[in-house]
Design a protein around this ligand. Structure first.
Ligand SMILES: Nc1ncnc2c1ncn2[C@@H]1O[C@H](COP(=O)(O)OP(=O)(O)OP(=O)(O)O)[C@@H](O)[C@H]1O
Ligand SMILES: [Mg+2]
Length: 251
């Protein structure tokens, strides 16, 4: 099978066995994600979501398999696509002793943004993330949800074309979460692709497509409506509970 350009992300038989681990953290993952899609990867703790995102974004070497992002092979050509990718990691890597602004500025430099490019984009993100008042505040003095939002700002500052949010909205209150989703939709309208993981099922339900992982495998995939129809369920949570336990279904 050859990887088609239509997909901005494609993986083929992706496998990860950690050096210290005995099992396959990711076990033959085949993903195809189109430009402008909002794709939610869900699954129980340890099912392989973070490992998958880290490999796709070029942060972690796969044991075997193929990854293409914008048609470029990852990790081989990952440097060519760094500036097109934004990542808000699960264990967010922001500096507690720096201010919110210093953190975001730091990431903007990594992505090669100039000072003149930084300011208007930063102001826009502060508004979207409702962090205007916190610009100069040292990160350690922010609340948990505000730290998460700072991490999101760091991931979006360079206007990436693909964004990976690994449980990025953990601790973000429901009002803001709803507001964020309006923003995610607007990113989608601009052709930006969002890949997110979440344990909040109503969040997954807002995605265009959901992929459910179990033991490193994708065991169900489809739009929320397709999945509910296929599994005769009224919510994604029901499907999650049903499929995350018991025998692995090979469809
Ligand atoms: N650095 C590591 N070294 C060894 N094993 C690891 C490492 N990171 C993850 N694992 C193992 O790989 C498997 C998949 O972990 P992963 O973090 O990808 O799961 P996840 O789906 O993101 O879980 P969660 O919902 O808890 O974030 C687990 O069995 C985990 O213990
Ligand atoms: Mg994870």
């Amino acid at each position: 099978m050859t990887i088609e350009e239509e997909y901005v992300i494609e993986t083929k038989d992706l496998v990860k066995i950690y050096k210290t681990g005995k099992v396959k953290a990711v076990d033959g993952l085949n993903l195809r994600i189109k430009k402008g899609e909002i794709y939610a990867l869900i699954g129980a703790n340890g099912s392989g979501k973070t490992t998958s995102l880290n490999m796709i974004s070029g942060a972690l070497f796969p044991t075997s398999g193929e990854i293409k992002v914008f048609g470029y092979e990852v990790p081989k050509s990952r440097r060519l696509i760094t500036s097109y990718i934004g990542i808000a990691p699960q264990d967010y890597s922001i500096y507690e002793d720096l201010s919110l602004e210093e953190n975001v500025r730091f990431f903007s430099r990594i992505y090669g943004m100039s000072k003149t490019e930084f300011e208007p984009r930063f102001v826009e993100l502060l508004r979207i993330l409702r962090l205007e008042e916190k610009r100069k505040v040292t990160v350690k003095n922010l609340s948990g949800g505000m730290k998460r939002r700072t991490s999101i700002a760091c991931s979006l500052i360079h206007s990436p074309k693909i964004v990976f949010f690994d449980e990025a909205t953990v601790g973000v209150d429901p009002v803001l979460r709803t507001f964020f989703w309006e923003y995610f939709r607007s990113l989608k309208d601009d052709g930006i692709t969002l890949v997110l993981t979440s344990h909040v099922m109503d969040e997954a339900e807002r995605a265009d497509r959901i992929g459910l992982m179990r033991s490193g495998k994708l065991i169900a995939e489809g739009s929320p409506e397709e999945l509910k129809l296929k599994h005769n369920a009224s919510t994604i949570e029901e499907i999650f509970i049903k499929l995350s336990e018991g025998e692995i279904i090979d469809d």
